[in-house]
Write a protein that binds this ligand. Structure first.
Ligand SMILES: Cc1ncc(C[n+]2csc(CCOP(=O)(O)OP(=O)(O)O)c2C)c(N)n1
Ligand SMILES: [Mg+2]
Length: 315
């Protein structure tokens, strides 16, 4: 994936998430959602480093990961609208989107729940010799769950082809990492399991892609898992309606100066890859894609009541 394509994807994710926040306020979608504004470089950096045969698991904050992996914005948004055209036929909502055809095995409402799941996918890849690498995305808060330690221990022991990618966005709900992590560097925990642990600037698309690509090559080569910590910042609130009383507006203003989109725009301009007009055109195109997705959702039907019992494990 070239950098301009990556930039277009990051813009789509940003506008998708901003649209969701607006649609909630307008009462056009219901429930709740966790947006990833400020974390787009991690999503696209990871996706850009993977092959089509690889697998990805995500968290409650997973829209960006799904879009980066190639999901159609309209079908993803239709899940939040509860429409029959959604990836999970409108039954899953924000936290239950998935598409195995994209190697995207979905989100998990249980903090840390995707970590053993991804480890199992990697065990399958090893047993079937498929050459598939699984990237498991989760947050700093999830790294305090027992599943993190249990999974990494077994993956290290069995040299499973899995990459544990932690999005250290500074917060787990209202708890800052300073208050929640005994050692602020999640990557240092890799030493306990004898696997490589690296910390990268998670707002730098190129840095994330390079770290994940190197770890994926090693995992595919039978050298086992790695722990990659991407330092970023959740510019949005935790979920819908978060008044963000646990942090100051000054802290947020400083974080906006490190916005990954701004950073990539500056880099593209410095390289001469895009000028101001090129950037404005990319922004218009991405916004138009999201507006088209909204129109698609609003024109989509709700699921038929008679289909309510379809696709259940225990009908
Ligand atoms: C087992 C479990 N405990 C608590 C929660 C409530 N909860 C939802 S999101 C969240 C914070 C997760 O923080 P982090 O892993 O850093 O992800 P982020 O929200 O920052 O993306 C918590 C505690 C939950 N969903 N599952
Ligand atoms: Mg977090």
């Amino acid at each position: 994936m070239d950098t301009i394509t990556a930039y277009g994807l990051m813009l789509s994710i940003r506008f998708f998430e901003e649209a969701i926040e607006r649609l909630f306020l307008e009462g056009r979608i219901m429930g709740t959602a966790h947006t990833c504004i400020g974390q787009e470089a991690v999503a696209v950096g990871v996706a850009a480093a993977l092959e089509p045969r690889d697998a990805l698991t995500t968290t409650h904050r997973g829209h960006g990961h799904f879009l980066a992996r190639g999901a159609e914005p309209g079908k993803a948004l239709a899940e939040l609208y509860g429409r029959a055209t959604g990836y999970s036929r409108g039954r899953g909502g924000s936290q239950m989107m998935m598409d195995p055809a994209l190697g995207f095995y979905g989100a998990n409402g249980i903090t840390g729940g995707s970590i053993p799941f991804a480890t199992g996918l990697a065990l399958d890849a090893q047993m079937s010799r498929s050459g598939r690498v699984t990237a498991c995305l989760f947050g700093d808060g999830a790294s305090n769950q027992g599943t993190f330690h249990e999974s990494i221990n077994i993956a290290a022991l069995w040299r499973l082809p899995v990459l544990y990618v932690v999005e250290n966005n500074g917060y787990a709900m209202s708890t800052s990492t300073a208050r929640g992590l005994a050692d602020a560097r999640v990557a240092s925990r890799a030493a306990a399991y004898g696997i490589p642990g690296v910390t990268v600037d998670g707002n730098d698309f190129g840095a994330v892609r390079a770290a994940v690509a190197a770890a994926a090559a090693a995992a595919r080569d039978g050298r086992g898992p790695a722990l990659i910590e991407c330092l970023t910042y959740r510019l949005s609130g935790h979920s819908r309606g978060d008044p963000r009383v646990y942090r100051s507006r000054e802290e947020e203003a400083a974080a906006w100066k490190n916005d990954p989109l701004l950073r990539l725009e500056q880099a593209l301009k410095a390289q001469g890859a895009l000028d101001d007009e090129g950037i404005a055109a990319r922004r218009r195109e991405a916004l138009a894609r999201i507006e088209e997705a909204i129109r698609f959702c609003e024109a989509s039907p709700l699921p038929e009541p008679a289909s309510l019992r379809d696709a259940l494990f225990a009908p």
